[in-house]
Structure formats: C-alpha cells, structure tokens
Design a protein around this ligand. Structure first.
Ligand SMILES: [Zn+2]
Length: 589
C-alpha cells in the first residue's frame, strides 16, 4: 500500500514577514539579464540516483563516471534539507532580525550542509571500502597511487577531509597544483561541486548562483530574474514513488523563495502526463510514498503562487503529441510499471496509455494557451533513460501542437544544443544537425513570426570549452534573413545556464561573462539593431516569451502575487519590473 504525502508546508502555512529579503537585491544601474532556464533543487527534490545513473552524456572519463555513479548510487540525501524544513527556515530568516544575526544563520546553514554532504559521501559503500585500504598511509607517506581509480578516490577523499568550506577551497587550490597526477582534477572538482550543492538549502543555492555570476565588483549584466525549473520524474524513473520532498512542499518552498528573494527567482511547475493518467485512472504506486500533484495543483501554482510557467520533459517517455500512434510496447520497459503498456480505463472508457497521454497533454496546452502560461520543454538529445526516448525531444510533434494552439508560449529548452560542436579545437564553428532542425525548422518555422516559439541556449558546454568560437557561431546564426513568415534566430534565442546541472561542466563560473562577451562581439560585427543583439538575447526575447510586459498575463499574475505577499510594486518593485518597464517603453516587441 502506498501512502499519500499531502505536503507538510500546507499544514504550517504562515505569511512571510514583509521585512524579507535576505538575498541581496540586484543593482539597478546594470542591464537586465533573465536566466530563462536554471534549477535550484536539492537531492530531496528529484531521483538523482536514477537520473544520473541512466544519463549517458556526462563529460568525464569512464573511470570518473563510474566513481561518480557509485557515489550517487550510495547517497540517500537523508541529510539534505527537505522543503518542509526549508520552509520553516525561510520564515525564521525573514523575520526582522539584525542583519548580522541573519548573515550568521545563513553561513551556519551553508557549513552545516557541507558537513552533511561530506558525512554522507564518506559513508557510501564505495568510500567505506576505499577507507579500509591503504589510503591513509599512502597519504601520510606522500606515495601516490599509480592507478587512475585510486588517484581519483584519493583526490576526492583528501578534499572531503576539509573541516569547513573555506578549508575545502584552500585544499582544492593546493591539489590543483599537483601536476604529478594523471587524472583530471577539474573534473573531480566539478563532480564534487555538483554533489555538494545537492545538499544545500535551496535559498543558499540561489545565493551561490548570484555569487558565481554577480560577484561583488562585477560590472556586467545582473541576473535580475532566474527561472528555476522543477522536474517530476516520479513515474518515469521511480514507479510513481515520491521524492523525499513531495511536490506540494516543493511548490510551497519555491513560492516562499520567490517572496524571500523579492521576485529574483520564479519557478516553473512540472507537468508529467504519466502522473496525470495515473491520477485519472486511480492508479497509485505499488511501493513507497505517493506525492500529490494534480492538474489543479499545477494550475494553482501558476495562477496564485508565484510560479511563472510549466515544465515538460518528453525524453522521460512521451511525445509532445501523437502518442496514440505509438505501439503500447513503447512503454513496456523494465523501469516503467506494467500498467503503462496495457489498456487503461478512465471514466468507463478503455484506451491505450498513448491516447490518454495525448488527452492529458492537450488539456495542458489548451489551458496554457488560453491563459498565456509559458511552457518549457527539454529539447536536447539527452537525459532520457534510452536513446529511443531521447528522440522524443526532437521529432516535429511540437509543430503539430502549435498548429492547434498557435498562441502557445513555448520555449524549446536547450534549442537542440547549438554549442554542441564547439570542441576546443574547432576553428570554424558549425551547428549540430539537431540544433539546425530545432532552430530553423521548429522555432523559426514558416508562420512563426507571429508566434511565441523560443529556445534557451542553456547548458552551453561547447561555449564554456571554446569561448572564442561562440561569437562566430552566433554571428552565422544571426545573419539569417527573414523570409516567408519565418522568425529569425536573433528574435528567438535566449540566455540560459541550466545551473546547477551545469556544475558538472568545466568553466561554469564564466557562463554569463562568456555569453556577454560573445554577444558584444556580435553587436560590434553585425549592422546595428534596436534593440541590440545583446538586449534581445539577455532580455527582450525572454520578456516576450514569458509575457512579462506591463499588462501582459504573467506580469499581471506576478503583480497580484507580490501585492498579496507584501511587496509594493509601485513604491519598491522587484528590480526586473523596473528594468522591464524602462526597457520596453516605446518599443514594439
Ligand atoms: Zn535543465
């Protein structure tokens, strides 16, 4: 029997004191940047183990990938703060205390999460075994191991002995100077950074993000609005069993985070059609706890809890539409429950799983189009459990959806990964075939000039590896001339990071400045435009996709949300609102 988790935050709902925020406000003298695609979840919010284990596209050498997999496999994330715990903590932080006391509390939370992460990683089977060996004496005598696996484990083990985060950073710098090692230490650091972040409070992750991209003294764009995507993999990866933080708590804590940061973070709520079919058919998972997330919950999150839009993840096992035509065998997979490959009865009618998936998705599109609710879909050949499912990201089903719902505000997330070919050696940058298809055939399809189809260039691993090739790649894209009702890429591509997933890559801290430099180079190289290529990429395209101009659907919803939560949008509005008002005055988008 399964037990329904209804969300503990709902039992303790209290308004957040209006003397928030603790997260620093963005400076008003720097140009607006919207991060159209990021994540601030921790290890209690998703099935990290299944997600990472099944992902084949990680960038490390095989040995490190294996170690990473084994660590993730052994982690329970029991010590990471749940949504419920964080909800209460945000309440404490926001109550009017002295700034010093609040800063001390934040730093205590950060250190505590670090200590918990080290403790959990050290107690995974792989590290328990490793410790029983000769590691300690090897380190004492300074004799390095000769095999790669042990070198990796020694590097990670040494770092995890640092008692505080400051010591961890010092150790990391020292280790980086050790040139005698055969293994890639940068990759070791990336793995650890990703794992450690997964133990943090979500609000600390927002702070860490801002420290990475808007550090003190930085003069570039300030990220005034982060779109944080939640994901729902309960049915696609875990037979329907809930994550430790059930969705109703994830929604409550993200709502509170939006208030706490005074509108610097707004989330997207996940829509999984598999879950919606299960709910309608009255199917609950065989084992484990079950998380509530009805379509009504999803609608309410957007309409009144500060969520900006909806995230869908087709590579987890469904097409945006046209599932009815797929063989039921598509869902006869060892990691999926059996009921998905059999006829399902809802309201006395038996249909295939694919038919029901289409019906649930159709309900989402109708509602979203009617209410101007933006949608982001994962559109890159990655992260699905199989290559067959990955291909669901890249068929032309979205064009079919747009035929039915031309007003849909749709972001094809990752845009097919346009920087995918920018290896460190490529001098003449080229678009990968997938990005060509997504950008030219879907986002800028005939008729798209009148539509709201966009693509975020998030997880730009190629640009991080070869920053110099990013500007030429964008220039080539932006030389496209408008024709037969098509949109042009400069009006459709948006800045995004995919932070904290991006932490697994190299050079992550450069993501914003690399993009700014590339766009500035494009502005200088191509005939001038108003707004500039930079302003389109970092702000205008996202404003248009999201419906964030004064009077538009999302603007209105957020304005009401702020007022309900004690934020005066006239006297002291969130920075993004002031900048959007200023930017869009007198400009037709
Ligand atoms: Zn993402």
């Amino acid at each position: 029997m399964s037990e329904v988790l209804s969300g503990c935050c709902r039992l303790h709902r209290t308004p957040l004191s209006s003397c928030a925020p603790a997260v620093p406000q963005s400076p008003d003298n720097r140009p607006l940047a919207i991060d159209a695609h990021s994540h601030v979840f921790n290890g209690t919010d998703l099935q990290v183990q299944q997600f990472i284990k099944l992902d084949s596209s990680l960038p490390y050498d095989e040995e490190l990938k294996k170690i990473f997999g084994e660590i993730v496999e052994g982690l329970s994330w029991n010590l990471a703060p749940t949504g419920c715990q964080e909800y209460k903590v945000l309440g404490e932080l926001a109550s009017c205390g002295r700034t010093g006391a609040r800063a001390a509390l934040m730093s205590r939370h950060r250190e505590q999460a670090y200590a918990h992460a080290c403790r959990e990683i050290n107690s995974t089977p792989i590290f328990q075994q490793y410790k029983t060996g000769t590691a300690a004496s090897r380190r004492l005598t300074g004799h390095m191991a000769t095999d790669k696996r042990t070198q990796y484990l020694d590097s990670i083990g040494a770092l995890l002995e640092a008692p505080t985060l400051a010591d961890f950073r010092t150790k990391r710098a020292l280790l980086a100077q050790n040139r005698a090692l055969d293994v890639n230490l940068q990759d070791v650091h990336s793995v650890l950074r990703f794992l450690l972040q997964g133990f943090q409070y979500r609000y600390i992750s927002v702070q860490d993000y801002l420290d990475d991209y808007n550090p003190a003294g930085f003069t570039g764009r300030s990220v005034d609005l982060m779109i944080a995507n939640l994901v729902d993999f309960d049915w696609p990866l875990a037979g329907g069993a809930a994550t430790r933080t059930p969705f109703r708590d994830q929604i409550s804590v993200m709502e509170r985070l939006s208030v706490f940061t005074r509108g610097r973070v707004h989330a997207f709520v996940p829509f999984d059609p598999m879950r919606q079919v299960a709910i309608a058919a009255g199917i609950s998972p065989r084992n484990g706890k079950y998380s509530h997330l009805t379509f009504e919950d999803i609608q309410a999150a957007v309409m009144s809890h500060g969520f900006l839009g909806v995230k869908v993840y087709p590579v987890m096992g469904f097409q945006p539409t046209g599932n009815a035509a797929l063989s039921p065998k598509t869902w006869a997979q060892p990691w999926l429950p059996e009921w998905m490959s059999k006829p399902i009865v809802i309201g006395g009618v038996a249909r295939s799983f694919g038919e029901w998936l289409d019906a649930k998705l159709e309900a989402l599109y109708s509602w979203a189009a009617q209410n101007g609710v933006p949608i982001t879909s994962h559109v890159s050949l990655s992260n699905g459990p199989t290559l067959e499912f990955n291909a669901f990201a890249l068929n032309n089903a979205w064009l079919q959806v747009l035929k039915q719902h031309p007003d849909l505000r749709l972001n094809l997330g990752h845009a097919g990964d346009p920087t995918g070919n920018l290896s460190s050696s490529s001098a003449a940058p080229s678009l990968p075939p997938a990005a060509k298809t997504v950008i030219y055939d879907y986002i800028c399809a005939p008729g798209s000039a009148q539509r709201y189809t966009y693509g975020d260039v998030s997880y730009p691993a190629g640009a991080l590896t070869n920053p110099a090739a990013y500007a030429p790649l964008l220039e080539a894209l932006f030389l496209t001339r408008p024709q037969d009702g098509r949109a042009v890429p400069q009006d459709r591509l948006m800045y995004g990071t995919d932070w904290l997933m991006l932490l697994m890559e190299k050079n992550v801290d450069g993501c914003l400045s690399i993009a700014e430099n590339a766009l500035s180079a494009v502005d200088a190289a191509l005939p001038p435009q108003t707004p500039s290529f930079s302003d389109r990429f970092f702000a205008f395209n996202a404003i248009r996709w999201l419906g964030l101009r004064p009077g538009e659907s999302s603007w209105n919803r957020l304005e009401t949300f702020y007022r309900t939560n004690g934020i005066d949008t006239n006297a002291d509005p969130p920075a993004w609102m002031t900048k959007v008002r200023h930017l869009t005055q007198g400009i037709t988008l």
